[in-house]
Design a protein around this ligand. Sequence first.
Ligand code: AMP
Ligand code: GLY
Length: 429
Amino acid sequence: MKVLVIGSGGREHTLCWKIAKSPLVDEVFCAPGNGGILEDATCIDIAPTDIKSIISFVKDNHIELSVVGPEAPLVDGIADAFSKEHLKIFGPDRMAAALEGSKSFAKILMKKNNIPTASFEIFGDPDEAKAFVHDALFPVVIKADGLAAGKGVIVTSHKEEAYGAIDKIMVQRAFDSAGDKVVVEKRLTGEEASFIAITDGKDILPMASSQDHKRAYDNDEGPNTGGMGAYSPAPMVDTEVYDKVMDKVLYPLITGLRKRGIIYRGFIYAGLMITGKTPYVLEFNVRMGDPEAQPLLMRLKDDIVPIMVEVAGGGSIKNMSFKWDSSPSVCVVMASKGYPGHYEKGKTISGIDAAERIQGVKVFHAGTKRHSDSIVTSGGRVLGVTALGRDIKDAIEKAYKAASRISFDGAFYRKDIGKKFARGGRGNL
Ligand code: AMP
Ligand code: GLY
């Protein structure tokens, strides 16, 4: 079978790498791909949001399954467009993707279905939002309603900061129409974890737990990023928390959507704040996490393709399961100096082969491209150096040893990925 993966980041490289291993798959294509994906797939120069061109390519090349990496095409309705043409795609339709595309939609749905989440109010007027903040007895988080490339959430400590965040989103329109509305919610404390599953709209097949590292610098300092590293499993997701996520978050969500006539098919990602033993939902994403995909798919022993085919074809995953390698995995993201702000591109990368000679190490590409005979940087997050280890300490050591063999001008990475896990003991899921 021929498979198309849509996207160009580390997550998409990992998906291409995993899908290419499937005995069911003859050829993998990626639109548009990157400098590393070239090794696992044929890259085609089509943007993920160019739905018309993607559909033409799929028809012309008899692609039997398409897998969507990023949220933007899903929110734009790529799955609906495929359905109209009777083409198979793994990823939720436009109505379902509103879970990520509109934070107010997600929050209202959570409230209706008693899914634990921070208390909140939604405002379409900046003065009303400020009046609410003025009277609030707790620190707040201000969130642009629409997609803002991961930058639309501002965690504030005091009222002046919250007013500034409301102005930035609603008055200065820093995220354009994504700032038509804001969600103002209570700031929670606890430990964050990512819980990703596959659903056919009825049954839910959970993946192993994982934890991202959102801040740019060590000790969770600096600005928020797309993610500077991740590991799996996440020790705070113990059996009690896991059961709560399934029973109080994911099943109520999928059932609640179904009641509204929305059949959710694809990856569903709950970004959680675990306070005590209660998992509160910070956000839903309608896709795999990046960089969570890297450590997760390194640990996945089964072929993911039969599950994707079943879900994309409207079938059932009731009798399907995932087998996980008991070895933990760690992904260290190497980024360009300046990220998540301005950074330079076109720096030659060396040492990837030497890094991959370490047993259990795989280097996934994100912002890279091929230039003549070399690989050069082309984005903020450049590589996801990922390792499986006997235990977490071993995985951390391998990932950092591998990263130290790679160099490019302006490379930087956090030095504390996985440390929390090492402190928290062994996760079991
Ligand atoms: P989101 O995109 O909604 O997950 O938010 C991005 C990041 O902002 C999260 O990973 C958290 O670190 C932080 N965040 C979001 N909502 C809250 C909240 N209610 N309380 C504390 N931190 C939050
Ligand atoms: N790593 C966070 C995300 O994929 O949204």
